[in-house]
Design a protein around this ligand. Structure first.
Ligand SMILES: Nc1ncnc2c1ncn2[C@@H]1O[C@H](COP(=O)(O)OP(=O)(O)O)[C@@H](O)[C@H]1O
Ligand SMILES: [Mg+2]
Length: 311
C-alpha cells in the first residue's frame, strides 16, 4: 500500500523581498510504500523541508495532488497518524525527557493510562533509560535527537517524517539513530527521512530520491542506483593495458589503479567478451570485483549532470 503519493507537485514561494518567486518543488512525482525507509536526498536548499511540510499540510502546494495515508493532508485526521521530527528542533531545556514526552503526548491527545505505559517503552526504544528524569539541558545532541524521535512516536503514528535527523551528530550517535530506525521498520512503521548526509542514508533506506533545485533527478532502490556504474576491477598477473591493443583499451575505457585495472561494461555479455580477450592475450585473471558506486558518487554525478553546482 502506498503511504505517500504525490503527483505533479509544484510549490512556488513568493518571497517578501520584492515578491520574487522561488520554485522549491518543480513538478514532482513520488510514491512511498508501507513499512519502508525512504530517503529524500539533496543539498541545502534542494526542497526537502518544503516537501515534508507539504505532506504535513503545513504549507499548500501551488499545483499537483498529494495523498498521505490515502487522504489530503489538509484533513486533520491524517495529522494524527504522522509523527514529525523537525529540522533543528528545539526542546525546552528545563524539562526532563520524561516530562517532555508527557507534555507532547497530552498535546497529541494521548490519554494518561496510555502515556504511562508508552513513555517508558519509548525511552527504552530510543536508548535513554536512566536519563529520563534528567533535564534536557544535560543531553548531548544525539540524545536530543533521540528524545525528539520518541516525541514523534508518542501517539503511535503510522508514518514518521524525519527532517535531517542525524545532522550535527557524531558517528556513534548516528549509528544509534540508524539502529532505532531499523527497529521501527521491523515494527511496520513507514519512515521518510530528509538528509544531505548520503553515506549513512545508503545504509538503511530501501529507496531514495535525489532532488536538486526542486527537481527530482533520480528515484529507485539504493542497490539499483548504486549498481549503475558497472565498473569492474580486474586483478591479473600482468598489466592489462600493455597486454591488449589500444583499440581495446579505448573501447572498454580501461584504467589503471593500484589494485588492478578497471573496466566499464554495459552488460554481462560485454564482460565475458572482455574476459575472452584477456585469455586470448595470455593474461591470467586472478580476481574480478564488481565495483558499485556509492550513493555519494551517484549524487555528485546526477547533480553535476543536471547543471547544478555541488557544494
Ligand atoms: N517560506 C519560504 N519563503 C520563501 N522561500 C522559501 C521558504 N522556505 C524555503 N524557501 C526556499 O525554497 C527552497 C527550498 O528550501 P527547503 O525546502 O528548506 O530546502 P532543503 O530543506 O532541501 O534545504 C530554497 O531556495 C529556500 O530558500
Ligand atoms: Mg531542510
Amino acid at each position: 500500500m502506498s503511504i505517500v503519493e504525490v503527483q505533479n507537485l509544484t510549490k512556488v514561494y513568493k518571497t517578501a523581498f520584492k515578491g520574487n518567486l522561488v520554485t522549491a518543488l518543480d513538478n514532482f512525482d513520488l510514491t512511498v510504500n508501507e513499512a519502508t525507509i525512504f530517503g529524500l536526498l539533496g543539498k541545502n536548499g534542494a526542497g526537502k523541508t518544503t516537501f515534508v511540510k507539504v505532506l504535513l499540510g503545513i504549507i499548500f502546494p501551488t499545483q499537483g495532488s498529494v495523498k498521505v495515508l490515502s487522504r489530503n493532508p489538509r484533513d486533520y485526521t491524517v495529522r494524527r497518524k504522522i509523527g514529525y521530527l523537525p529540522e533543528n528542533h528545539k526542546i525546552p531545556p528545563f524539562l526532563t525527557g520524561e516530562s517532555f514526552l508527557h507534555y507532547f503526548g497530552k498535546m497529541a491527545g494521548v490519554d494518561d493510562p496510555t502515556l504511562k505505559k508508552r513513555i517508558p517503552e519509548l525511552i527504552d526504544l530510543v536508548r535513554l533509560t536512566r536519563w529520563e528524569k534528567k533535564k534536557i539541558k544535560t543531553y548531548s545532541k544525539g540524545m536530543m535527537q533521540r528524545i525528539g524521535l520518541a516525541q514523534a512516536l508518542i501517539h503511535d503514528p503510522e508514518l514518521l517524517l524525519l527532517d535531517e535527523p542525524t545532522d550535527g551528530i557524531d558517528p556513534v550517535g548516528r549509528k544509534e539513530i540508524r539502529d532505532i530506525l531499523v527497529d521501527l521498520k521491523s515494527k511496520k512503521k513507514t519512515i521518510f527521512i530528509n538528509s544531505h548526509i548520503l553515506s549513512e542514508v545508503e545504509l538503511i533506506t530501501d529507496r531514495v530520491a535525489i532532488i536538486d533545485k526542486g527537481k527530482l533527478l533520480q528515484e529507485g532502490r539504493v542497490e539499483d542506483l548504486t549498481r549503475q556504474g558497472n565498473d569492474y576491477l580486474i586483478k591479473s598477473d600482468k598489466n592489462i593495458i600493455s597486454a591488449v591493443s589500444t583499440d581495446i583499451v579505448n573501447q572498454f575505457g580501461i584504467m589503471s589503479s593500484p589494485e588492478g585495472s578497471i573496466i566499464k561494461v554495459n552488460n554481462d555479455d560485454e564482460l565475458n567478451r572482455f574476459i575472452d580477450l584477456l585469455r586470448s592475450n595470455n593474461v591470467m585473471i586472478r580476481e574480478i570485483i564488481h565495483r558499485k558506486q556509492t550513493l555519494e558518487e551517484i549524487f555528485i554525478n546526477t547533480v553535476a549532470n543536471s547543471g547544478g553546482e555541488t557544494k
